[in-house]
Design a protein around this ligand. Structure first.
Ligand code: 4AD
Ligand code: MG
Length: 481
């Protein structure tokens, strides 16, 4: 007999038919009622065991965590809480679960504890919901771009360039760590390395995506990126997934519209397609917030928060306007910011971003036109800004509870301006000759952005630590599993 997935069974409710289901035991009550889950849905199917006519040795093995199969007839449920159940005629045990050794328990366990048991945490309701939503969001991202005629471009994981010019790269080498070949100056000779040069894991696929956009028009990447920044925060990973669209002939305004449309689309997709999983996470959040003082609890439930984003325009303002708001804000005047805002030019910290989003505007915010000095070399210089106060056509999208979720810009398409900027910022032009070539031959205005996929999942799931929305998180001091 073919196996039926529980999601399909609950959807079609084929009362009277014989089915076979396979999954893991979530609970076993009164030696009679098994709650079985196979991962296809947040919901369990109830299996009713005829305990009087079942081998007691087999009954003993039906335990929380065990993998089993059941064959039986789908009937209308006699009990509360489910419409159908399976009256089992046959139970198979695939894998026993010794509860004395099994780290998971039927009661609630802390996220911190489960992080240490990341190889097993998929089996909890919370993490199963998170990873089903992660899948749905990835699918929605591809659907959004595909429906709009974008091409998915696979940019390299191993590169020789530093796309952000920030020097936070992991080196990729096959040289002997003990005895690397040295050059005449006594420095490691990377010309002897695997690629004949020093190479690293990519921090962003943007530069290569720009090359693609200069012929295919509209492209996007969706892949892993790596940052060797020593950030031990709830919003940083050393390995994270990024979505980077790049569009020829788009300006900053088009870029903001695209980003806003995409975020709204994928969030609406989750609301529509992940109802059961969102319900689990919403309940989890309400429970978690009970331990917080009243004034720190959120005013909206998880799904209300998501719906709010899909239904309201984001607030758009310039960096300069934002700095004025922050300078005059109560926390700044009362010395409550760890990094006080003194004037124009400083980079915004996450406390500032969160003030703007959560306290001042109470909605997602897009900040534009940042000082050139605090942004990457490839961003387009604004025309007619004062020397020393140059700004670039940058945009950062800030989300409640998250801070920066998207970073992007209109790109500097003018060869001379780009070259001058690279020189000033000590970006080696000989390494990026291929990037400069796009500005030499058939250059055009273009724009793009990067969406941190895990930050999006954080927002949609209401989870608070980025290490809980990627299966096996990589961060300083940790690369287990
Ligand atoms: O702002 P970032 O550094 O921008 C870029 O990499 C550009 N090349 C994007 C582009 O224009 N194509 O990173 C983009 C986004 C951030 O807004 C954030 O959401 C996420 O990537 N991000 C991280 N997510 C998790 N862990 C980290 N260490 C992250 N660093 C950036
Ligand atoms: Mg950024």
């Amino acid at each position: 007999m073919q196996r039926t997935k529980i999601a399909a069974l609950l959807q079609t409710e084929p009362i009277g038919t014989a089915v076979q289901v396979k999954g893991w035991v979530k609970a076993f009550r009164n030696s009679q009622f098994i709650a079985l889950n196979d991962g296809s849905t947040a919901n369990n199917i109830q299996i009713v065991v005829d305990s009087e006519n079942t081998d007691p040795e087999l009954l003993k093995r039906i335990k929380f965590g065990a993998a089993i199969g059941a064959i039986g007839i789908v009937i209308e449920s006699q009990g509360q809480g489910q419409k159908i159940e399976i009256k089992a005629s046959d139970i198979t045990i695939y894998g026993d679960c010794n509860l004395e050794e099994y780290p998971l328990q039927q009661k609630k366990q802390s996220l911190e504890f489960l992080r240490e048991k990341a190889h097993l945490r998929f089996r909890t309701n919370t993490f199963a919901a998170v990873f089903r939503i992660r899948h749905a969001l990835a699918f929605a991202v591809h659907k959004f771009f595909n429906d709009r005629g974008f091409f998915y471009l696979h940019t390299p994981i191993i590169t020789a360039s530093d796309a952000e010019g920030a020097g936070e790269m992991f080196r990729v080498t096959t040289l002997d760590a003990q005895k690397p070949p040295l050059d005449e100056q006594g420095a490691v000779d990377f010309s002897k390395d695997f690629f004949g040069r020093s190479a690293n894991l990519t921090v962003s696929g943007q530069l290569e995506a720009e090359l693609g956009a200069m012929a295919l028009g509209e492209v996007y990447t969706f892949g892993p990126t790596f940052r060797a920044e020593n950030s031990n925060t709830t919003r940083h990973l050393a390995e994270f997934w990024m979505i980077e669209p790049e569009v020829a002939f788009n300006d900053l305004n088009d870029n903001m519209n695209l980003a806003e449309d995409m975020l709204r689309y994928v969030i609406a997709y989750a609301l529509e397609n992940c109802k059961d999983d969102l319900a689990i996470l919403e309940a989890r959040l309400i429970e978690e917030e009970k331990s917080k003082p009243q004034d720190q609890r959120s005013e909206l439930t998880l799904t209300e928060k998501l719906r709010f984003v899909t239904e309201n325009d984001f607030e758009r303002l310039t960096y300069t306007e934002a700095v004025e708001i922050l300078r005059n804000s109560t926390p700044n005047k009362k010395g409550k910011f760890q990094y006080p805002i003194e004037g124009w030019g400083a980079d915004l910290q996450s406390e500032h971003e969160r003030y703007l989003v959560e306290k001042h505007f109470k909605k997602p915010v897009i900040l534009t036109d940042y000082p050139s000095a605090i942004k990457s070399f490839y961003m387009r210089l604004n025309d007619g800004t004062e020397p020393g106060k140059e700004t670039v056509r940058a945009m950062d999208i800030l989300f409640p509870g998250i801070g920066e979720i998207v970073g992007g810009s209109q790109r500097e398409e003018r060869y001379d301006v780009l070259l001058a900027k690279m020189k000033a910022m000590h970006i080696p032009e000989e390494e990026l000759y291929w990037y400069l070539d796009t500005r030499k031959f058939g250059t055009c205005p273009h724009a793009g952005f990067g969406l941190g996929f895990e930050r999006l999942i954080l927002f949609v799931t209401g989870m608070t630590n980025i290490r809980d929305v990627i299966a096996f998180p990589r961060y300083p001091g940790s690369a287990e599993f």
